[in-house]
Design a protein around this ligand. Structure first.
Ligand code: GDD
Ligand code: MN
Length: 377
């Protein structure tokens, strides 16, 4: 019998909470999904023997499976482990401490049934909220979200509660993605790496914990920032930036070669500025051709035809010309104001303009139109 839902519960020292939670969840899901679901508890060898209690419970509840990890620790990697073992079409996660109300699961499920790829339980939509949180905790939670919006706007901005640890997602949306979460925030990894189109949000009130302790420490906040930066770099597809840099270098070579062929007294000996403009333009053409056929090949292929290629070239040319002006501007600022050596100043200017050129060309010249590519960064 194929399973519809695999619900993962990461646990660490939840001995008081695990039985009431399983009783509530199984009675809810038996009514909605009959036997077409599984609950997988992933316990990191809790000293309070949560795994033992869970194993005993699994004798009573056939849908319940228990994974006891030894020597491994961490909420999101525990969920990853559960998803690896899961059989269901829909993958879900819920905390074990009843701060995520089990009954909200049915609302999430009905959003999935309507066709959503991802259904998120949110504290920040209608019907959502937190119980009596201190001002500091509210500030930290919102502060973390704002930081995420600055570093990863296209990912964090897709939902109202990106920190939520309570959601359901279609397995096929994660099929070709390598999820590699860090710390607590697995939803961010799913949003960044998954092929997620339709997202639904359901409001819920985050309850106060009745039993046991929260495991959140300063480390989770550090992990969160590391996770954001890691995603930022991986999504930025560094290898594309490297290619852009290599092409840029070839452009410097073309620029220098033509500056010599045109302006040197031993060659044509043309005036310097005119030679520089011709050399710079030939370098821009060189860079465009290589970038279109190598750096941004995957995107250029989605925009076939001569007319669109010329359009990309014009945009590229304008951005690079603006870059040239910026280059001269920064060269003069570093040389005249910061008193830097002219070659160090020039290198600094080239570095800034390379990032400028890369970012603007990615956003404008090779702007990809379809949802699941880089435009959501
Ligand atoms: N296996 C495993 N390993 N489970 C863990 C670990 C771990 O290292 N650390 C925590 N857990 C389990 C807990 O036992 C609990 O079931 C769940 O993960 C959440 O841990 P809490 O410590 O209760 O987190 P919280 O309540 O402060 O924050 C939760 O809610 C927030 C709001 O939705 C988490 O889900 C956060 O990710 C979420 O932002
Ligand atoms: Mn909790």
């Amino acid at each position: 019998m194929s399973l519809l839902l695999s619900l993962i519960i990461p646990t660490y020292n939840e001995s008081e909470n695990i039985s009431p939670l399983i009783i509530q969840l199984t009675s809810l899901l038996d009514r909605t999904l009959e036997q077409k679901y599984e609950i997988i508890i992933v316990d990191d060898d809790s000293p309070d023997l949560t795994w033992k209690i869970a194993q005993d419970l699994s004798d009573q509840y056939p849908q319940l499976k228990v994974i006891r990890r030894q020597g491994e620790k961490g909420l999101s990697t525990a969920v990853m482990k559960g998803w690896e073992k899961a059989q269901g079409e829909i993958l879900g996660v819920i905390d074990a401490d009843l701060q995520h109300p089990p009954e909200s699961l049915l609302q999430l499920w009905s959003e999935i049934e309507k066709g959503a790829d991802l259904a998120v339980a949110s504290r920040h939509v209608e019907g959502g909220g937190v119980s009596d949180w201190s001002l500091l905790r509210r500030f930290l939670s919102r502060g973390a979200q704002t930081l995420g919006l600055i570093i990863l706007p296209g990912v964090i901005g897709r939902v109202s509660d990106p920190m939520s640890g309570f959601f359901l997602v279609r397995r096929r949306c994660l099929a070709n993605s390598t999820l590699n979460p860090l710390g607590y925030k697995i939803l961010i990894e799913v949003l960044a790496k998954g092929k997620i189109g339709w997202i639904s949000e359901v409001g819920y009130v985050f309850q106060e914990r009745q039993e046991g302790q929260s495991k959140v420490t300063k480390q989770q906040y550090i992990d969160y920032i590391r996770h954001l930066v890691r995603l930022r770099l991986s999504l930025w597809r560094f290898e594309r930036f490297i290619r852009f840099g290599v092409v840029g270098l070839s452009g410097v070579f073309v620029d220098m070669a033509f500056l010599y062929l045109l302006s040197d007294s031993s060659t044509l000996g043309l005036p310097l500025t005119r030679s520089k403009i011709i050399a710079a333009e030939l370098a821009i053409i060189n860079n465009f051709l290589w970038n279109d056929s190598w750096t941004f090949r995957d995107i250029a292929q989605t925009q076939p035809g001569k007319r669109r290629k010329i359009k990309r070239f014009i945009k590229f040319n304008l951005i690079c010309l603006a870059g040239l002006i910026l280059n001269v501007l920064f060269l003069n600022i570093f040389y005249n104001i910061f008193d830097l050596n002219r070659y160090v100043a020039n290198l600094g200017a080239i570095a800034i303009v390379t990032i400028w050129n890369y970012w603007l060309n990615l956003k404008l010249s090779w702007r990809s139109t379809d949802l699941d590519s880089e435009s959501r960064k």
